[in-house]
Ligand binder design. Structure first.
Ligand code: NAP
Ligand code: ZN
Ligand code: ZN
Length: 347
């Protein structure tokens, strides 16, 4: 077994503290990755604090992992020593169901092994994520990183990047689309960069004017501060909305701004259920959809697309001892736009 150092929480109200555990020995298809950086996703906070009522402890969050291959199993063909690699939101799946065979492992119909707060395919061994020194992953679930941009700014692509890329691609967003990105946080700022790169006209919806200059710098064409705008004036304005809001909100106020047959894709997962008036959908035949991260093939496609277009995340790099402070700032909306842990600070 491989002794591993991490930061973990042991209950919804506990503070993060150093935690020692063991990663499995490498199987023939496994790679051992020394973790260099790990992004902090709002899902880490929802999970650490049991806001989705599905948390298992002790919990080592972190699913925006970049690192270096330091050992490979005997049958590994995709990677060699010293390769720069990424690991996202899941580390295994059944590999046999139709979704797995179609390369949409995120929708595995039998059992997906999330990177943390999940279980291995044996259904009982807890998974531990990227707030740790190293991780062992089957090569199929490891991504190649070819970007020349700073590695810390690549880490958030493994969740925030693919979660926004996948619905934009699924709904063929491109030139001629009027896109609204709702919430300018970790996911939102990647959604803006990607939708702009794909040729859409992009409007950011944010609660206040505070992020207006940032939104424009990220490439957005328009900015709406919801606390000071009469949203009725924007009726019929958007063909596609990407809703990244992490707390409870009123979906009708956004749905009513979609044009005929427009789609709002919800990716944010508030603790509480949303309430929708059917008329918001019925008028203009609007659609409401959801989207979950992306499969391995699409995640690789997204990483390669970002490398080609020089797209990465705007990050603030922190030592691991500052996780609690980072969580408080994320909750306040005070992150520009992703915290990334420098894993060297683990000691
Ligand atoms: P984040 O960085 O905290 O961004 C969320 C943004 O939502 C904030 O920056 C804020 O934008 C807006 N917001 C927060 N509270 C709000 C409120 N009460 N009313 C209106 N807007 C509010 O979080 P993230 O990491 O981007 O994650 C966003 C959500 O997506 C989380 O719920 C996360 O769990 C979920 N998620 C889902 C998937 C998936 O596969 N579907 C993947 C990753 C994450 P402004 O400051 O601009 O108003
Ligand atoms: Zn995430
Ligand atoms: Zn499956």
């Amino acid at each position: 077994m491989l002794p591993t150092l991490a930061y973990a929480v042991t209950s919804p109200h506990a503070k993060f503290a150093p935690f020692h555990f063991e990663r499995r020995e490498l199987g023939p298809r496994d790679v051992l990755i020394k973790i260099l950086y790990c992004g902090i996703c709002h899902s880490d906070i929802h999970s650490a604090r049991n806001e989705w009522a599905n948390s298992m402890y002790p919990m080592v969050p972190g699913h925006e992992i970049v690192g270096q291959v330091v050992r490979v199993g005997s049958d590994v063909t995709k990677f060699k020593l010293d390769d720069t690699v990424g690991v996202g939101c899941f580390v295994d799946s059944c590999r046999t169901c139709s979704s797995c065979r179609e390369g949409e492992e995120q929708f595995c119909e039998k059992h997906i092994s999330f990177t943390y707060n999940g279980t291995e395919q044996d259904l009982h061994t807890l998974t531990y994520g990227g707030y740790s020194s190293q991780i062992v992953v089957d090569e199929h679930y490891v991504l190649k990183i070819a970007s020349h941009l700073p590695l810390a700014s690549i880490a958030p692509l493994l969740c925030a990047g693919i979660t926004t890329y996948s619905p934009l691609r699924h709904f063929n967003v491109g030139p001629g689309h009027r896109v609204a990105v709702i919430g300018l946080g970790g996911l939102g700022h990647m959604g803006v960069k990607l939708a702009v790169a794909m040729g859409a006209e992009v409007t950011v919806f944010s609660r206040t004017l505070a992020k207006e200059q940032d939104a424009k710098r990220l490439g957005a064409h328009h900015f709406v501060a919801t606390d000071s705008t009469d949203l009725n004036a924007l009726a019929n304005s958007f063909t596609f909305m990407l809703n990244t809001v992490s707390e409870l909100y009123n979906p009708d106020q956004y749905l009513n701004l979609l044009s005929k047959s427009g789609v709002m894709v919800v990716v944010g997962i508030p603790e509480q259920p949303l309430q929708i008036h059917p008329v918001s959908l019925i008028m203009r035949r609007r659609m409401l959809a959801g989207s979950l991260i992306g499969g391995i093939a699409e995640t690789q496609e997204m990483l390669d697309y970002c490398a080609e277009k020089n797209i990465s995340s705007d990050v603030e790099i922190i030592p691991i001892q500052n996780i609690e402070h980072a969580y408080e700032r994320i909750i306040k909306g005070d992150v520009r736009y992703r915290f990334v842990i420098d894993m060297n600070t683990l000691g």
